[in-house]
Design a protein around this ligand. Structure first.
Ligand code: NOJ
Length: 552
């Protein structure tokens, strides 16, 4: 059989994202690592997964848990060694899966040797690796306070769009771009199959670094460092490296619009294969989960459909509902009370759209948000900033409720493998609290239940992968004004599928669109047992996938 090509086949692949520190502890120190990943590769394969995205595994002081890198060509000792990484890669490939790495080059750690050198002075060979100024502009950092920090040793300010410990690299310096290419080659030569590229739309800043609009606090300045003037030039240099290998590049770009995403993925630039969009992650908030709004199904559907319609025939969507930067989706768009129903319905809502499916660790078993009592139990830097900076007039309880709803840490609690001690994640106390619901929500229990969320994910993934229409078919949404139902079709030639999801906590009467009424159909997937396919009263969070074999 011909070797699979990720470049050729990524559109029909399903990805699994691993945030290693919380995935599985293989060496008994309470921290997830590459030994644990190695042990669990068969499990990942059993989900029907084709490729793995590994969040940063490089040495890092962990100011931002791996997104502050101090050595791009090595493995964090907490996670193992380069030799263990090679073993993981070899086994992933032997199981017929691909593996992509996180490429974080907008910034490094302030403990990276380049920064330690750069601080030494203007004559240093690394002097221009970062963005230094005598006077800061008015930009805010996304993680803590102002975007500039004064460095005593250098006698200047450096730019950090994220935390103080994440100085931005100066991508305008050709030497920095050569470093990036060398990092890419290092991993590609070892055999990795591509990159997820962190905040890649921030790497080129507007010349002169002009002040941002002062009335948009926290993201003030973003329009001066997002999609900057040389972004396509720099990305095309990186693209050239990738073209020497069979690999893909997936860009992460906060505030990416359809228009800018198409610029990255099509036309003369075509520097990325796919991009992660964020619109659908804001159906219950304004820009960030910390600014909470009531969940609005119409907003979610508008976001889904906008990307589906706009990219059709031009570019390819990524489909995801969770990752390491967002709280758990059942706790947001579903209901912990209707845990199984909403967890399975949410799977249907996104998997059958057009795009490459991403599943985040624990999503497939329906993990939910954790609610820790004290802010000091949280690890994530942005949760701390939000807590200490905003809504200071609210009571501590109110502020903690916001943290419970919004913290990225809810997606970073240890993976729940069993109902044993520490959820089977580790033999010893894990680095971070296990969600107390692990007795009920865990892989082992769900493996034994044919109706579990876990087995439902397997069913959906398997259907999606074997059906051309559900992969390539045209998308159309019905009843966009409904506040209860999300319904869409996928059509390819004679083949039609209708996907219906109820987001209501109560029973709802549903009807087929007129053009489907009376047509013979087959109910292929349902998240309720013994569903009568002709009974159109949907239970809370019910989801159905119908095949209509013939055209009218
Ligand atoms: C996006 C990453 O997904 C997130 O975890 C990180 O904090 C920021 N970029 C900064 O690297």
């Amino acid at each position: 059989m011909a070797e699979r090509s990720i470049k050729r086949d990524y559109r029909k692949m399903v990805f699994y994202q691993i945030w290693v520190r919380s995935f599985c502890d293989g060496n008994g120190d309470g921290i997830g690592d590459l030994y644990g990943v190695y042990k669990k590769l068969e499990y990942i394969k059993s989900l029907g997964v084709d490729a793995i995205w590994l969040c940063p595994v490089y040495p890092s002081p962990n100011a931002d848990y791996g997104y502050d890198i101090s050595d791009y060509k090595n493995i964090h000792p907490d996670f193992g060694t380069l030799s263990q990484f090679r073993k993981v890669l070899a086994k992933t490939h032997a199981l017929g899966m691909k593996l992509i790495m996180d490429l974080v080059v907008n910034h490094t750690s302030d403990e990276h040797p380049w920064f330690l050198e750069s601080r030494k002075g203007k004559d240093n060979p690394y002097s221009d690796y970062y963005i230094w100024r005598d006077k800061p502009n008015n930009w805010d950092s996304l993680f803590e306070g102002k975007a500039w920090e004064y460095d005593e040793m250098r006698g200047q300010y450096y730019l950090h769009i994220f935390s103080k410990k994440q100085p931005d690299l100066n991508m305008d310096n050709p030497a920095v771009r050569e470093e990036v290419k060398s990092i890419m080659r290092f991993w590609l030569d070892m055999g990795v199959d591509g990159f997820r590229e962190d905040v890649i739309n921030f790497i080129s800043k507007k010349e002169g670094l002009p002040d941002g609009l002062p009335f948009i606090p926290a993201v003030n300045g973003i329009f001066n460092y997002k999609d900057g003037p040389h972004i396509h030039e720099y990305l095309s240099e990186f693209r050239k490296v990738c073209e020497e290998y069979d690999c893909i590049q997936i860009g992460e770009g906060p505030l990416t619009t359809v228009r800018t995403a198409l610029m990255y993925m099509t036309g003369k630039h075509k520097s990325l294969d796919m991009m992660f969009s964020f619109d659908h992650m804001m159906a219950d908030c304004l820009f960030t989960e910390y600014i909470h709004l009531p969940f609005d199904l119409k907003k979610l559907k508008r976001a889904f459909s906008k990307w589906q319609y706009s990219l059709y025939g031009k570019a390819w969507n990524t489909l995801y509902l969770e990752n390491h930067d967002h709280p758990r989706v059942i706790s947001r768009y579903g209901s912990e009370r209707f845990w199984r129903e909403s967890g399975t319905m949410l799977a249907v809502s996104y998997i059958f759209q057009q795009g490459t499916v991403f599943i985040y660790q624990g999503q497939e078993i329906g993990m939910t948000n954790i609610r820790l009592k004290d802010i000091n139990q949280y690890k994530d830097i942005s949760s701390h900033t939000n807590f200490h900076k905003y809504h200071l007039k609210d009571t501590i309880e109110e502020r903690m409720r916001r943290i419970h709803r919004s913290s990225r840490d809810s997606s970073r609690t240890p993976m729940q493998w069993s109902d044993k001690r520490y959820a089977g994640f580790s033999q010893v106390r894990p680095w971070f609290c296990v969600n107390p619901n692990f007795k009920r929500v865990n892989v082992a229990t769900e493996e034994n239940d044919p109706n579990s969320i876990l087995n439902f994910y397997r069913k959906c993934v398997s259907l999606k992968k074997k059906c051309r229409t559900l992969t390539y078919g045209r998308y159309r949404e019905f009843f966009p004004d409904s506040r209860e139902i999300y319904m869409y079709e996928r059509v390819l030639g004679e083949h039609r599928w209708l996907i219906i999801c109820s987001f209501a906590k109560y029973p709802v009467n549903v009807r087929f669109p007129d053009e489907y009424a009376g047509l013979p159909n087959q109910l292929v997937i349902s998240n309720y047992h013994e569903t009568d396919k002709n009974d159109m009263c949907f239970g809370p969070f019910e989801a159905r996938v119908y095949r209509f074999p013939t055209k009218k």
